[in-house]
Design a protein around this ligand. Structure first.
Ligand code: NAP
Length: 289
């Protein structure tokens, strides 16, 4: 079995988690809408992840909606003591599957209660405020009211820690003036590195950066250079993309998503893949190409 400790650990929300985690979004149906194609496999993926040592799982009640959290609950409740489930609020789904902003105090409060109910929890360990400026890219805009609402729910005991998703560096600073920020979850991967400076700044502050789309998202990264280097090392391109992230900065916590155990095991095995400085330099050049 893979040894996840090879990739190290990082403090998150008052715990210490393995840097190699799992993102549950792919467990809902196509387009993250409706039930999964294969519910039995979805349950098996989650159980296999935890059995392999994953203790950081990312989710949201707007995956499905509700579906992913309900599968998580069915697969893993009562949850292991060391498992950190991180969720996010700030959106709802339209009848057609559209991703719609839902950021009023009432929306956010409802979303926290939806997560509590569907996950079967009395307190959410860590909730990210997901800003919806642009769907996959942050854009400037106010977050004070939203973050203050979550801070209030934290003070009431419904939430342990707060994080942010799809935010700019300025928005991180705005939020930090209201309450501590435990993590930032933005799009970042081998070929999408707009957040390089933010990753480094958060590392200096000891704050986790959790890249979404670590493999490139719905269309995983395709790069001849990546495939060539992976071939030389006898690993898969996806493993190499994850190993590059692990090597990039110690505050990067990975949550690759998959709906299949075969891909799960392949991805987790990247925790054991150490890269030479030369390989890292070659991978670094891919984004610039
Ligand atoms: N905060 C946000 O706004 C936000 C946005 C997006 C995602 N997220 C979170 O980030 C997590 C990761 O993102 P993601 O799942 O969207 O994208 P991802 O991890 O970059 O890639 C997932 C895609 O790659 C495929 N895949 C996974 N492992 C593979 C492998 N070894 N070989 C080939 N294909 C593979 C998956 O398909 P299969 O199912 O067929 O393996 C799926 O299509 C999500 O699960 C979610 O928790 C957050």
């Amino acid at each position: 079995m893979v040894d996840l400790s090879q990739a190290g650990t990082f403090p998150l929300a008052g715990r210490t988690v393995n840097r190699m985690g799992y993102g549950a979004m792919q467990l809902a149906g196509p387009g993250v809408f409706g039930p999964p194609r294969d519910r039995v496999e979805a349950l098996a993926v989650l159980r296999a992840a935890v059995e392999a040592g994953v203790n950081h799982i990312d989710t949201s009640d707007f995956y499905g909606p509700h579906v992913t959290n309900q599968i998580l609950r069915e697969a893993l409740h009562p949850y292991p003591d060391d498992l950190l489930i991180v969720t996010k609020v700030g959106a709802v789904r339209g009848q057609d599957g559209a991703w719609l902003a839902a950021q009023s105090p009432e929306d956010l409060t409802r979303a926290v209660h939806d997560n509590l109910r569907n996950l079967g929890l009395e307190r959410l360990d860590l909730v990210n405020l997901r800003l919806m400026g642009d769907i996959h890219e942050p854009s400037e805009g106010p977050l004070d009211e939203q973050f203050a609402t979550l801070a209030r729910l934290r003070d009431e005991g419904l939430i342990g820690h707060l994080g942010l998703s799809n935010v700019t560096p300025a928005q991180v600073r705005q939020a930090q003036a209201i309450a501590p920020v435990a993590c930032v979850q933005n799009q970042y991967n081998l070929v999408h590195r707009a957040d390089d400076a933010l990753v480094d700044d958060l590392a200096l502050q000891g704050i986790a950066y959790v890249p979404f789309f670590p493999l490139g998202g719905f269309s995983p990264i395709q790069s001849d250079a990546l495939s060539a280097i992976a071939g030389e090392l006898a690993v898969s391109p996806m493993q190499l993309a994850l190993a590059w992230l692990l090597a990039r900065s110690p505050n990067l916590l990975l949550i690759p998503g998959t709906s299949r155990r075969a891909h799960l095991f392949e991805n987790l095995a990247a925790a054991e893949l150490a890269l030479t400085a030369e390989t890292r330099a070659r991978l670094d050049r891919i984004a610039a190409a």
